[in-house]
Design a protein around this ligand. Sequence first.
Ligand SMILES: C[S@@+](CC[C@H](N)C(=O)[O-])C[C@H]1O[C@@H](n2cnc3c(N)ncnc32)[C@H](O)[C@@H]1O
Ligand SMILES: [Zn+2]
Length: 283
Amino acid sequence: MLSEVMDLLVCPHCTSDLEAIGDGRVVRCERGHTFDVARQGYVSLLAGNAGKIVGDSAEMIDARSEFLESGHFDRIIAAVAAAMSAHDPATVLEVGAGTGHYLAAVLETFERMRGVGIDVSKPAARKVARAHPRLGSVVADVWQPLPVRTGSIDAVSCVFSPRNAAELRRILAPNGVLVVVTPTEHHQQELIETLGLLRVDEDKARRLGESLAGRFEQLDATRIEFTMALDHVSIASLVGMGPSARHSTDASRRTAIAALPDTAEVTASVTVGTYRALASAAL
Ligand SMILES: C[S@@+](CC[C@H](N)C(=O)[O-])C[C@H]1O[C@@H](n2cnc3c(N)ncnc32)[C@H](O)[C@@H]1O
Ligand SMILES: [Zn+2]
């Protein structure tokens, strides 16, 4: 619920404190900027660029929900929850939170922990708002200053999502941790070949390191790799939730999936990196 995390949020226009007013359907800052709380429980704290970046569509978010609920990524979800909770955070935040599945698992590890899920997609924000009672859902663009109080977050996760290292460093508390999940070049390799999906950029790991350098030090990097036995429905969800969903028509994708064996072996391969915010970093 938003009320659980209001003290962690700030106005996107003037960075002053926010409070819920009336029956909780409006959030207002000290200088009088107001933001409507959606019926589904999330608040949009976009400043200025509203609508320019929309993020994942409702279809992509539904596909992501279906796939994550099927349990095939449970090992990755558990690894993220373990990496976050190892540092005993009281406040956690995910950028590009998607459906909120990862944050919900983190919040289950410790009953006094509270969380904020940020995503620019409204269909994602609706899911995040329902994902866990101690989770607040905020629509914001990670490429803009985050509407989050400086130094207020103990652990941030970024799972297959864009990240803005300077802002993540700013919102983290001293010694706060950042957990980043990125796909390796083997992730979904069988489907990349047969369905013509977008390839993982081979330079991804180097670019991640460069973007965090000077602000974070690496504590750990764990590779998680396993094989999933997927039927056509799961493969359709996996493809539909990913970046390739934007690059092929439904019909062409359905035809290609129908030509696969009834159960296909597909590799999941990711790196879970844990980083500590450097005290000396310029904010
Ligand atoms: C690949 S999905 C990952 C979702 C979730 N972390 C998971 O793994 O299930 C990327 C997410 O980032 C969001 N996103 C993309 N661009 C964004 C931006 N500029 N600001 C905030 N969120 C963004 C998308 O809407 C989408 O939900
Ligand atoms: Zn304001």
